[in-house]
Each structure stands twice: as C-alpha cells, then as structure tokens.
Ligand binder design. Structure first.
Ligand code: HEC
Length: 132
C-alpha cells in the first residue's frame, strides 16, 4: 500500500515536471514569433553576426555592451547593466527609459507575456548559437 502511494506521488510529480517543461518550450516558441520584430536589427542562432544591432547569442546573463566587434553607444557601455531577467524585462518594455541615449531605436513591447516569451526564446541560445 505504501509502495502504491509513493508510486502515485511520483507520477503526479513527473506529470508536474512535464507540464513545466511543456510551458517553457511553448513560451520559447511563442517568443520566436515575437522575435520577428527584433530580426530587422538582430541575428541569433548558428552563424549570427552583428548587424544594425549586436548578435544576441548568449545575451541572457551577459554584461551589457560586451558582444565583440559591435559599436555600442556610450550610454549602453557605461550602463553597468547585466542582462538578467528583470533587467531585460525593463529594457524590452522601454529601451530608452532604461538607458537614455541608447542606439536601440525600438519603442518597446507593451505586452508582458510577449516580453517573457521573447526572453525565454533568447535564453535558449548559447554563445556559439547552438541551443542549450
Ligand atoms: C531598430 C533596430 C532594433 C530593433 C528593432 C531591436 N533592437 Fe535590440 N538593439 C539594437 C541596437 C542598435 C542595440 C545596441 C544599443 C546601444 O548600443 O545602445 C541593441 C541592443 C540590444 C540588446 C543589448 C545587447 C548587448 O549586447 O548588450 C538586447 C538584449 C536587445 N537589443 C534585444 C532586442 C530584442 C529582444 C528586440 C525585439 C523585441 C530588439 N532588440 C529590437 C537595435 C534594435
């Protein structure tokens, strides 16, 4: 009886984990749709290069303005920011409110869900452009 109970608990536990994974994969897929707005200026994934904006591979968790070979604004270079989740949320909502004088001339995303999804999408990529 005890064994059955713990088996049942295990199944519930695994089901819960499965759900968490499914949700984050879904978020990243939805984020890829939102990233269409960013693609005008940013590349990500295998072979991504700097263009109007810097290559975004591995950006989540990285110090701001440190992608080699990109000519950042002084404003971003001296911002002292690190792209953790809360900082990215503020940035994507209103880049020039977080960093006045930034070269990222993008009005920002208004929808919190879209912001979270696009961050989930960015988080998937390692510095070399492969997925984690
Ligand atoms: C009109 C062009 C443009 C669009 C659209 C744009 N960006 Fe940017 N982005 C830039 C530029 C230019 C910079 C460098 C800013 C600076 O140097 O001040 C930048 C910087 C960034 C950075 C900081 C990178 C670093 O290495 O510090 C992140 C993160 C970022 N953008 C994410 C996004 C996301 C996500 C989107 C879409 C929701 C987006 N950007 C849309 C041009 C753009």
């Amino acid at each position: 009886m005890k064994a059955i109970k713990s088996y049942a608990a295990g199944v519930v536990f695994l089901a819960a984990i499965g759900q968490v994974n499914a949700v984050s994969a879904q978020d990243a897929t939805a984020g890829e749709q939102t990233f269409v707005k960013c693609r005008i200026c940013h590349q990500i994934g295998p072979g991504a290069q700097n263009s109007v904006g810097p290559d975004l591979n591995g950006v989540v968790g990285r110090k701001a303005a440190t992608q080699p070979g990109f000519d950042y604004s002084d404003a971003l270079k001296t911002s002292g920011l690190t792209w953790d989740q809360p900082t990215l949320e503020k940035w994507l909502k209103a880049p020039s409110a977080l960093v006045p004088g930034t070269k990222m001339t993008f009005a920002g995303l208004t929808n919190d869900r879209q912001i979270a999804n696009v961050i989930a999408y960015l988080s998937q990529f390692k510095v070399d452009g492969s997925k984690k």
